[in-house]
Design a protein around this ligand. Structure first.
Ligand SMILES: C[S@@+](CC[C@H](N)C(=O)[O-])C[C@H]1O[C@@H](n2cnc3c(N)ncnc32)[C@H](O)[C@@H]1O
Length: 257
């Protein structure tokens, strides 16, 4: 039987217009779409009628579909001869587990292609008016995960700008550890909530302000950017409301949510 193909597609950061032309082409060709929860539903407008939709949505703490099951489905559907679109938020190879999926496909000898997407690490910052690199303020940037705590952010201290993914629940600890390991307390930072979406919200302040908070509750998705470039958001913001002060997010330790 004729074998199918898997496209690992980056669906971009949220604004559905940030989908690439290659992604649009691949979606139109696909028989089945496996999508993650951060993918904007609007991008499905490019899928063909009658396409089968499988929601693999993952949220912190509860994985709707285990990664092994996703690998199994991708391989099984391609072996049935289907064209499979694996739609992921941002870019598939930036904290998207796209690398693992590609490895599984190679091991199973399935034809595949990766279609890069605009990562939220780049786009949410840009929509917040933050140039991650800037001749006068930053010559290096690191993308790190805050998922497992502070060690990755601290390990990337050498970079002028830190972009922290999946740091919503660990950000206070990360701020404290960044200071403890040498980053100046006055370092500006920004928290970007739902970047590039119509409900984008940006909060700016300093590392010490965040480190001193007892509790913070952030809706997902949130991207934290640490470094001098974030101070430019006050001047360069162009999308959504202007940045608000970080202290508005502080919650008393005893508050009941
Ligand atoms: C599993 S990672 C996937 C990243 C994705 N592959 C990318 O390139 O953007 C999910 C994290 O990306 C960040 N993120 C994704 N979309 C976002 C958005 N629209 N605004 C802010 N952060 C976002 C958040 O930190 C979220 O916890």
């Amino acid at each position: 039987m004729h074998e199918g193909k898997v496209y690992l597609i980056g669906a971009g950061p949220g604004d559905p217009k940030l989908l690439t032309l290659r992604a649009v082409e691949a979606l139109a060709e696909s028989d089945v779409i496996l999508m993650d929860h951060l993918v904007s539903r609007e991008v499905l407008a490019h899928a063909r009628q009658g396409v089968e939709l499988i929601d693999c949505g993952k949220r912190a703490g509860h994985h709707c579909m285990p990664q092994e099951e996703i690998h199994r489905l991708l391989i099984e559907r391609a072996r049935r001869g289907q064209i499979v679109a694996r739609l992921k938020g941002g870019d598939p190879f930036i904290f998207g587990r796209g690398g693992e999926e590609a490895e599984a496909l190679v091991e199973a000898a399935i034809e595949w292609e990766v279609i890069p997407g605009i990562s939220s690490g780049i786009a949410a910052a840009a929509y917040a008016g933050i140039p991650l690199l800037h001749r006068a303020h930053a010559s290096s940037v690191a993308f790190v995960t805050g998922h497992a705590g502070h060690e990755h952010a601290v390990g990337a201290q050498g970079a002028d700008t830190l972009v922290i993914f999946m740091g919503g629940s660990t950000i206070l600890q990360i701020a404290r550890e960044l200071m403890a390991s040498g980053r100046a307390p006055s370092t500006p930072l920004a928290l970007i909530l739902s970047g590039t979406r119509s409900n984008q919200a940006v909060y700016t302040g300093t590392l010490v302000e965040l480190a001193r908070m007892e509790r913070i509750e952030l809706p997902t998705p949130v991207l934290a950017v640490v470094g001098d470039v974030t101070a430019l958001a006050d001047k360069l913001h162009w999308f959504g409301p202007p940045p608000k002060p970080l202290r508005l997010l502080a919650m008393p330790a005893t508050a009941v949510s």
